[in-house]
Design a protein around this ligand. Structure first.
Ligand SMILES: [Zn+2]
Length: 494
C-alpha cells in the first residue's frame, strides 16, 4: 500500500532526528565539557524544532488520518504503528503553536526557579511558576478533550489504561494494608552496621558493577556503561542500549542497586524483537512496565538472599578489609534495612510506595479537588506525618524535593509505585514456573532473562501494559500481590 510506504518513509525521517537527539543527549549527560552547553543547546534546539515540524506537518497528519480510515487494509502490526502515531499526534497537535512555544519557555524558567527555590528552601518563590504550569496543563487538556476528569488524561498519558478509579483502588490497598505494617516495622528498626557506611573506593565498585553486567548477561557489544550524576538508561534500537551509574565512596549500596536497576531497564530494551527497530513500537509497553523490569532486577534479584549467597565473596574480593567479618545474613539485612526518610529517592523498598501515595493524592486533589497551591506545603507535611510519622522542617525535604512538577510532569509519580506492584505480580507468576531461589543461588540469571524476554521484553510496545500483565499472569492488575510480597519479605527481616 503506497500510503503506508509514505508513512514509513516519514517515520524513518523522524527516527533519524530522534536518533541524533538521543545520542547527543547521552553525550550531554556523560562526557560533554561544561562550556559546550550554550552552543550545544542552540544546535540541538534547531534539530528539535525540525523534528517538531516533521512530526506535526499537515502532510504527515493527513497521512495518518487517511491510514486510520483504511485500517482494515493494513496488517495488524502496521495498524499498531499507525495507532501509535495517532496517539503521539493527539498529545501535541491540538495545542496552538504559540502556546506550545510559550509553555516550553515556562517549563525552562520554572525548572530554574525550582532549583533556586529548593536551594533556598523558599516555596513562595516557586509557587507562581507552579500555578502557571498547572493552569497551562488544564488548558492543554481542554484542547484535547472536553472530558471533565482532567487528571485521568494525565494518568493515561503516562500509563495507558490507568485512571483514578484503578489508582484509587491501588492506593487504598496500600493505605489500608501496608501503612500499619510499615509503622510496625519502623518501631523495630535497627541501626546500620559499620560496614554499611564504610568507605569503598570507586575502582572496586566499578569492577563489581562490571561483574554484575556479566552475570546479568548484558551484551557488551550492544551497550556501554558510563557515569552520570543521575543514573539512567537510553537506547535508540536493540543494537545500542547504554546505561550509567555513579559511584559514591561512602555509599557502596548506591552503585550496586542503581546498577541492578538500570540493568533491568537495559535488558528490557536489549530484548525487544529486533524487527521492531524499524517501527515506532521499539520502546517499553509503558512507564510502569519499564519500571517493573528495573525494580524486578533491583529488588527481586539483587536484593535477594540467594543472590548474595552466590556473590558476596566476589564483592569481598574487591573490599576484603571493609567486609572481612560480614556474612550473607548480615549483608542481606543491611541491604534491606528499613528506615523513614523525607526523601523519596533515598527511600527503601518498603516505605517507597508511601512517598508515592502522598504525591498521588496531592496531584489528584489539585486537578480534581480543591487543593490550592497555597496549601501545598501544609498538606504535604500533614500527609508525611500521617503515613511516615515525619514532619519536614524545610521545603527541600518536603514539597520542593522533586523536579517533576517544575517540568509539568503530573501523572508520572504513580507509575513508580505501579512498577513495583507489577513486578510483584510477575514475581509470583514466575515462581510458579521457575525455581527462582535455585536459579539465583546458581547465578543463573540467564534463565530469568529468557523467561522475561519471552513474556514481556520481546513484545516491546506492541501490547498495552494492562493487557500484557493479564496475558502473563492470567489476572488483571491486582495490588494485593505487592502487599503480600512486601509483608512476606519484611516480616522475615523484622
Ligand atoms: Zn527506573
Amino acid at each position: 500500500m503506497d500510503l503506508f510506504k509514505r508513512f514509513k518513509a516519514m517515520q524513518k525521517q523522524q527516527k533519524a532526528y530522534q536518533f541524533v537527539l538521543t545520542v547527543a543527549g547521552w553525550d550531554s549527560n556523560t562526557e560533554a565539557p561544561k562550556k559546550s552547553f550554550p552552543y550545544r543547546a542552540e544546535m540541538l534546539s534547531m534539530i528539535s524544532g525540525e523534528l517538531f515540524s516533521l512530526s506535526t506537518s499537515e502532510e504527515y497528519q493527513d497521512l495518518v488520518s487517511q491510514l486510520l480510515e483504511q485500517h482494515e487494509e493494513l496488517t495488524p502490526r502496521d495498524r499498531l504503528e499507525v495507532m501509535e502515531a495517532k496517539k503521539n499526534l493527539d498529545k501535541i497537535v491540538n495545542v496552538p503553536k504559540d502556546e506550545y512555544v510559550e509553555y516550553t519557555k515556562l517549563v525552562n524558567l520554572s525548572q530554574r526557579a525550582w532549583e533556586d527555590a529548593k536551594a533556598n528552601d523558599d516555596y513562595e518563590a516557586f509557587k507562581p511558576y507552579l500555578e502557571k504550569i498547572i493552569a497551562a496543563k488544564r488548558r492543554h487538556i481542554g484542547y484535547r478533550t472536553t472530558r471533565p476528569d482532567k487528571y485521568n488524561v494525565l494518568l493515561d498519558d503516562f500509563e495507558e489504561g490507568m485512571d483514578m478509579e484503578k489508582y484509587d483502588a491501588f492506593f487504598e490497598t496500600i493505605k489500608k494494608d501496608l501503612v500499619p505494617f510499615v509503622k510496625d516495622v519502623l518501631k523495630k528498626k535497627r541501626t546500620q552496621p559499620a560496614f554499611a557506611t564504610a568507605t569503598y573506593p570507586r575502582e572496586g565498585q566499578k569492577r563489581f558493577v562490571e561483574y554484575m553486567m556479566k552475570i546479568f548477561d548484558y551484551d557488551f557489544d550492544r551497550g556501554v556503561l558510563k557515569e552520570s550524576v543521575h543514573p539512567f538508561t537510553w537506547s535508540t534500537h536493540t543494537q545500542d542500549v547504554r546505561f550509567t551509574v555513579r559511584y559514591l565512596e561512602d555509599q557502596l549500596f548506591s552503585s550496586i542497586f542503581a546498577g541492578a536497576h538500570e540493568l533491568g531497564h537495559a535488558i528490557y530494551d536489549l530484548n525487544f524483537d529486533p524487527e521492531l527497530d524499524e517501527t515506532n513500537l521499539n520502546h517499553g509497553a509503558s512507564h510502569g512496565i519499564h519500571e517493573s523490569q528495573s525494580r524486578f532486577y533491583e529488588n527481586m534479584v539483587a536484593r535477594s538472599k540467594p543472590f548474595w549467597k552466590a556473590n558476596l565473596d566476589k564483592l569481598k574480593k574487591q573490599f576484603p578489609d571493609q567486609l572481612k567479618d560480614v556474612d550473607v545474613d548480615a549483608f542481606y539485612r543491611a541491604v534491606n534495612a528499613v528506615d523513614e526518610t523525607f526523601i523519596r529517592v533515598e527511600a527503601d523498598e518498603l516505605t517507597y510506595p508511601l512517598h508515592i501515595l502522598l504525591r498521588y493524592e496531592i496531584e489528584r486533589d489539585i486537578f480534581e479537588g480543591d487543593l490550592n497551591v497555597d496549601d501545598l506545603p501544609d498538606v504535604w507535611n500533614a500527609k508525611m506525618k500521617q503515613y511516615l510519622n515525619l514532619t519536614p522542617k524545610k521545603a527541600s525535604d518536603g514539597v520542593l524535593q522533586d523536579v517533576h512538577w517544575s517540568a509539568g510532569m503530573f501523572g508520572y509519580f504513580p507509575t513508580y509505585a505501579l512498577g513495583s506492584a507489577y513486578a510483584a505480580q510477575l514475581y509470583y507468576t514466575m515462581k510458579n514456573e521457575l525455581d527462582l531461589d535455585t536459579l539465583l543461588k546458581n547465578n543463573d540469571i540467564k534463565t530469568i532473562n529468557a523467561w522475561l524476554k519471552d513474556k514481556i521484553h520481546r513484545h516491546a510496545a506492541t501490547k498495552k501494559p494492562l493487557e500484557l500483565l493479564e496475558m502473563v499472569t492470567g489476572e488483571t492488575f491486582n495490588p494485593s500481590y505487592y502487599v503480600r510480597y512486601l509483608k512476606e519479605k519484611y516480616s522475615a527481616l523484622y
